[in-house]
Design a protein around this ligand. Structure first.
Ligand code: NDP
Length: 453
């Protein structure tokens, strides 16, 4: 046992930090974790969890509409009460905060409330108290970032959008990534007049192009106003109303403007200047394959390091880190190529592996299989929502390189396909799998006709 107060001192009780702390403690290590805000980090408090709850809420408007064709009748049109949703969400998050605390305490982790500063390779100061640790893990995560322009201070970011006092009748979001499309779908579904303003020709850069086009068309059908190749020149406030002047000369009057233009690592006050660390060109902390910074006793994981900014990736990082430093000393590297992801816009996107564009770059010959259909549910609902599914196959090996979907529950469905893509299964394996009937998912094993090569 070392002379230090702790074997591991974790800074930041988000998804990655909590998992690393608990798992190290389960290995019999003396662990502390410092947190100056809410337990559970972005995901639990201002990210995945409240977003998904709001996304469920927004889906009801379609469900009410769709139900008529199935015989349901309402005496009155349903109305939406924002404070009920907001406050129920808050109660659920408080419950989760409590669970996180219990998990830490039961694992024997010392939870220290306050903002920790690194003072040297093994030293941390918090609330005026000094501690030493064999290893320090930085798991501080990211924070929303919005570029400078006139009136930028009138924008809310994704940390502040969840607890609005009043529901915005008119909502505008700037950006074209995950958060922008998800919140555009949420506020549109909840009944707000919704605008999405994105600087490029088509949102969700980096996703499969056909998936992006299909998502655009579905969101337009649902009534989201998409302003592409457009930026915000200025935002002016006028009695709780905002006039947003766009680069195309239009001015939109809205009640809330959300900035969803990416996130940056949260490093302020952390004391990084007191130790030797190196940064990637994008400002993230550089770590080696053992999560060590240039100061080997200082480790880092999650959104502040390279790799996808996703909760399951931070959790996987945490498990590997503990195995490497406090377990067997060996851990399989994360296979980033088969990390599946979902965008909870309406309808959802689920995606794993290569996009068609990436596959064409990396493989000599590919086969693309697509199907674009009206889901069975909508034969009676009257909704014009459609579903797109797509498989990308390496022609030489027959291996499925990518699977993509836009449609109801795509987020749920893609997880199973991620196992197949990660396992390197072939199109023949997909074809030899008997479908589950009647589902949308069975289309993935009945795609016989090549769409293009
Ligand atoms: P993203 O990085 O996904 O998207 C940022 C968007 O902002 C892009 O469309 C980008 O445009 C645009 N942008 C960047 N800089 C500017 C600028 N100066 N002016 C105008 N537009 C700009 O970030 P998000 O904030 O949406 O989300 C952060 C991360 O959180 C995501 O990358 C994802 O990893 C994670 N997340 C995951 C979710 C999930 O798993 N469902 C849900 C929400 C977040 P361009 O593409 O042209 O660069």
């Amino acid at each position: 046992m070392s002379d230090h107060d702790f074997d591991l001192f974790v800074i930041g009780a988000g998804s990655g930090g909590v998992r690393a702390a608990r798992t190290a403690a389960q290995h019999g290590k003396r662990v502390a974790i410092a947190e100056d805000r809410h337990l559970g980090g972005t995901c639990v408090n201002v990210g995945c969890v409240p977003k998904k709850l709001y996304s469920y809420a927004a889906h009801f408007s379609d469900a009410f509409h769709d139900s008529a064709g199935f015989g349901w009748q309402f005496e009155q049109a349903p109305t939406f009460h924002w404070p009920t949703l907001r406050d129920n969400k808050t109660r659920e998050i408080e419950r989760l905060n409590g669970i996180y605390e219990k998990l830490l305490v039961n694992a024997g982790v010392e939870l220290i409330r306050g903002r920790a500063q690194i003072v040297d390779a093994h030293g941390i100061e918090i609330n005026g108290q000094r501690y030493s640790a064999e290893r320090i893990l930085i798991a501080t995560g990211g924070q929303p970032w919005i570029p400078e322009f006139e009136g930028r201070d009138h924008l809310l970011d994704s940390d502040r959008i969840f607890n609005l006092e009043r529901f915005p009748k008119r909502f505008l979001v700037m950006g074209g990534g995950y958060i922008a499309v998800e919140f555009a779908s949420i506020f549109n579904g909840l009944g707000a007049e919704t605008h999405l303003v994105y600087r490029g020709p088509l949102f969700l850069r980096g996703f499969d192009y056909e998936i992006r086009e299909f998502t655009r068309d579905e969101m337009l059908k649902k009534g989201v106003n998409l302003h592409f190749e457009t930026t915000i020149d200025q935002v002016e406030a006028r009695d709780n109303v905002y006039d947003v002047t766009l680069s195309n000369g239009k001015t939109l009057e809205v009640d809330v403007v959300l900035g969803a233009t990416g996130r940056r690592p949260r490093f302020e006050g952390l004391g990084l200047e007191n130790v030797e660390v190196e940064f990637e060109t994008n400002g993230k902390l550089r770590v080696d394959d053992r999560y060590q910074t240039a100061t080997p006793s200082i480790l880092a994981l999650g959104d502040i390091t390279e790799g996808p900014e996703l909760t399951p990736v931070a959790l996987e990082d945490a498990m590997r880190l503990v195995e490497l430093h406090f377990g067997s000393g060996e851990a399989e590297p994360i296979d980033y190529d088969s990390v599946a992801t979902a965008v909870f816009c309406h309808p959802n996107i689920g995606t794993v592996g290569l996009s068609e564009e990436e596959a064409r770059e990396q493989h000599e010959q590919i086969r693309v299989y697509t199907t674009n259909f009206r889901p069975m549910r909508h034969t009676l609902s009257g909704s014009d929502e459609r579903c797109l599914m797509k498989l990308i196959v390496d022609d030489y090996s027959d291996r499925v390189l990518g699977a993509h979907m836009v449609g109801e529950e795509a987020g749920e469905l893609i997880q199973g396909l991620a196992i197949a893509v990660r396992a390197g299964l072939t199109k023949h394996d997909f074809d030899a799998t008997v479908g589950v009937h009647p589902t949308s998912a069975e289309e993935f094993v009945t795609l016989r006709q090549v769409t293009r090569t």
